[in-house]
Write a protein that binds this ligand. Structure first.
Ligand code: M6P
Ligand code: ZN
Length: 210
């Protein structure tokens, strides 16, 4: 079948030599969970890793003291060497839940090396992406099964699970982008997403900070 080439090359992720250009690969996403069947690295973020991020610090402290340290999210990464023109992939599984009234979220980050865009593809569940630029301008967009969100350079981004099930999404970003968590940890996002009357609502972060 000339002119109709189908590639189906195994990822061989565990043996990938990061100093060379990546090989052709494809990877299947598990239909039920959305998780890639092959990945290089898995990150697990528990409540203790998000100390200082949720507005109700006191509740976080009390939970950890009682030995309650739930998994908030997991990231399944298929990284590439940090060279221009390469993309890394990451599938995040953000659990449903709240700390007080605030829904579970990812830490959120600016890219360390600007300008770097990112694309989020919603695979499962319901939630939103909260964005904030360096001038403090804030925006939010739905992030859910079946939609795609484009994150332009210089916007910090945080995923929030406002649904009852897991929120699963695939991110594609330049492998040299890096993560700047410090700016967000220091200043925080200007808005929080909380449950109000059974529905998600955005409120000013100053109104809940303890
Ligand atoms: C997405 C990508 C990753 C990121 C992950 C979790 O998959 O943006 O780069 O690591 O979400 O987000 P965070 O790093 O902010 O905790
Ligand atoms: Zn990013």
């Amino acid at each position: 079948m000339q002119g109709n080439v189908i590639f189906n090359v195994d990822a061989k992720l565990s043996t990938m030599n990061m100093s060379k250009l990546p090989k052709l690969f494809q990877v299947e996403l598990d239909r039920r969970t959305g998780i890639p069947r092959r990945y290089k690295r898995k990150l697990v973020r528990r409540l203790s890793d998000l100390r200082g991020f949720f507005s109700d610090n006191k509740m976080v402290g009390q939970m950890l003291e009682r030995g309650k340290n739930p998994i908030i999210y997991e990231v399944y990464e298929i990284p590439q060497a940090p060279s221009e023109g390469l993309f890394s992939l990451a599938c995040t599984v953000l659990r449903p839940g709240k700390i007080g009234r605030e829904y579970y979220f990812t830490k959120g980050h600016f890219h360390a090396k600007e300008p770097a865009s990112e694309v989020y593809v919603g695979l499962k569940g319901r939630g939103m992406l909260l964005l904030q630029n360096r001038e403090g301008k804030i925006a939010h967009l739905p992030l859910e099964a079946g939609n795609v969100v484009y994150v332009p350079p210089q916007w910090a981004h945080r995923a929030i699970n406002t649904g009852r099930g897991k929120l699963v999404f695939l991110a594609v970003y330049p492998s040299s982008a890096g993560h700047d968590y410090g700016s967000i940890k220091k200043s925080g996002f200007a808005k929080l997403v909380v449950e109000r009357g059974g529905k998600p609502a955005l409120i000013s972060s100053r109104s809940l900070k303890r």
